[in-house]
Design a protein around this ligand. Structure first.
Ligand SMILES: *Cc1c(COP(=O)(O)O)cnc(C)c1O
Length: 394
């Protein structure tokens, strides 16, 4: 064997020694409050299935019926022959749900980000980016070739300083932020970011992956949460979290959407969302438009779990959303905690560097409307037991 990949082996060993090696568990059940993992039933505190839609009977039925009518694959990129009436309906329905003029779908939220920033800014331009933005925003920004100026996390004053210093040197500028930050569960001050951005002639883009189906009236997202309709140029979203399926969406200014149909590279060079995905997403919108019941239950569960965790003495960080980090500090402790939770029938992931900064390792609990109160109680009991054993709480 040649030595040219020896470094990979070395790096993998280092990850294992640092407690940062991803051990991927395999599920043999649908997504729900409980999962079958390695032959065991465990309580699911990991998924982004906020509303329990991933295995909802109406989504399943819609997908099956669509498969019977259209088959499974789109067989082409959207611009060649891959746009079915399902895709067009999905875009119209998404736009109406979000209260914007237009929307375009991508194969994933990641692809939506990879397609959007490079279409809006180029090598001569500038992007102002929250320092904790998601990897897909960072990669999309880098792909654009624009100068990237990072501003302090959720800090409109620092953003303004950055705009003041750099904006005038570039023809076009983009300000981009996560809506809900996926590791901390805090929410961007989008109203203040909008006010600052407006003064400097910059395009405003928010990635609402964890806000879609969660924030705003009936889960209409962060723009609705702040009442900023018509003011945010670009709302990136995902159909893989609260919507329970897979896919990405860009909603907002119709000019941006039209431009992405011409210049969004993952739109032009990668095939469309599949038939069952598009059909299931349509059923998800039906449900969200009919009732706020699932969104309401998600928030009730969130409040209950967080209050009880704090009462037990755990540090749940800055979260104001269903994303509940349990701050533990060092990565090996977080991994050990997660392992012992699993032995107690609770599946909750440890997250360490580089997903979060060094020294800020944590367990991230994802609350869902699918959880019943007794599920949450069982999870809380396991946290209390492991937390005492490992000396995290007394
Ligand atoms: C999850 C996530 C994405 C990626 O969404 P996918 O549809 O799973 O590709 C993009 N941005 C943010 C902020 C996310 O949390």
């Amino acid at each position: 064997m040649s030595d040219k990949l020896q470094w990979v082996e070395d790096e993998l060993r280092k990850l294992q020694e640092a407690g940062l090696y991803n051990r991927i568990r395999t599920l043999s059940s649908p997504q729900g409050a409980w999962l079958s993992v390695d032959g065991r039933q465990v309580l699911n505190f990991c998924s982004n299935n906020y509303l329990g839609l991933a295995n909802h009977p109406r989504l399943v039925k819609s997908a099956k019926e669509a498969v019977d009518k259209y088959g499974v694959g789109p067989a082409a990129v959207r611009t060649i022959a891959g746009t079915m009436d399902l895709h067009v309906q999905l875009e119209q329905r998404m736009a109406a749900f979000k209260g914007v003029e237009a929307a375009i779908t991508f194969q994933s939220g990641f692809n939506a980000n990879l397609g959007t920033s490079p279409a809006l800014v180029g090598i001569a331009d500038v992007i102002f980016s929250d320092e904790l933005n998601h990897a897909s925003i960072i990669d999309g920004s880098r792909l654009s070739g624009a100068q990237i100026v990072r501003y302090n996390h959720c800090d409109p004053v620092d953003l303004e300083k950055a705009l003041e210093e750099h904006r005038a040197k570039y023809p076009h500028a983009l300000v981009v932020t996560d809506g809900v930050f996926s590791m901390d569960g805090d929410v961007a001050p989008l109203d203040k970011i909008y006010a600052v951005t407006k003064r400097y002639e910059a395009i405003l883009m928010v990635d609402d992956a964890h806000g879609e189906g969660v924030l705003g009236r009936g889960g209409r997202g962060i723009v609705d949460h702040y009442g900023l309709h018509g003011k945010v140029d670009v709302e990136v979203g995902t159909l893989s979290k609260a919507f329970g399926v897979v896919g990405g969406v860009v909603a907002g200014n119709p000019l941006v959407v039209e431009w992405l149909r011409q210049r969004g590279r993952p739109f032009l060079f990668s095939s469309a969302m599949t038939v069952p995905d598009a059909a299931a997403c349509l059923a998800a919108i039906d449900i969200l438009e009919e009732t706020t019941e699932l969104v309401d239950r998600l928030w009730e569960n969130t409040r209950y779990f967080k209050d009880e965790m704090q009462r037990l003495g755990f540090d749940t960080g800055q979260s104001v959303t269903p994303i509940t980090p349990i701050m533990l500090g060092e990565a090996p402790l977080a991994q050990q905690f997660s392992q012992q939770l699993f032995e107690n029938g609770v599946f909750a992931m440890a997250i360490g560097f580089p997903t979060v900064p060094r020294g800020k390792a944590r367990i991230r609990v994802m609350i869902s409307a699918a959880h019943k109160q007794e599920d949450l109680d069982q999870g809380l009991a396991a946290f209390a037991q492991v937390g005492r054993k490992l000396g995290v709480v007394s």
